[in-house]
Design a protein around this ligand. Sequence first.
Ligand code: GAR
Length: 191
Amino acid sequence: MERIAIFASGTGSNAKKIIEYFKAHPNIEVRLVVANKPDAPVLAMAKQQGVKTLLLDRPGFYQSEGALEALAEAQITFIVLAGFLWLVPPYLVNAYPNRIVNIHPALLPKFGGKGMYGMHVHRAVKETGETNTGITIHLVNEAYDEGDTLFQVRCPVTAADTPEQIAAKVRQLEHVHFAPVIEKYINALNS
Ligand code: GAR
């Protein structure tokens, strides 16, 4: 049995898709939603879905191994970052080797790194005149957006597209692909 914790800081639209996707799954369960802001809408969504939540505070997350205890208590075996913007500390990367994945709303290595998240990414894509963009699902290591890529898919960007329209196209790709890619990766890990 794989028990997933989803780390998210914002709306949680991807977290919701993942929770729904694994609801009746025989060997993968979303056990916990972890957020770093008390008012993050993802927390209310998780409660509505009947998933336990954990609120992180920065000192606890970085100055001690505080998060590990809560993850162990929930018997978490796999971590999914879905719009989580804090850098994952080394103790957590080491505790879950090859078992933390992130989604990035662009085609890495382009438009990645610190500060490149959400609309910042889509505005940069627009400003540089890219003719396509997409999503990257990748393993997490100790640097932002640098772990091995598991999956990418692209979509066209037209000259008329606004950053908001680019965001909507990318969001749609995320919602279609993220959960199945997680499922496929976990099944491969266990085979
Ligand atoms: C997603 O588009 C995700 O790719 C992005 O945050 C959004 C979260 O949306 N992540 C990053 O930019 C990480 N650098 P959601 O809260 O609706 O799932």
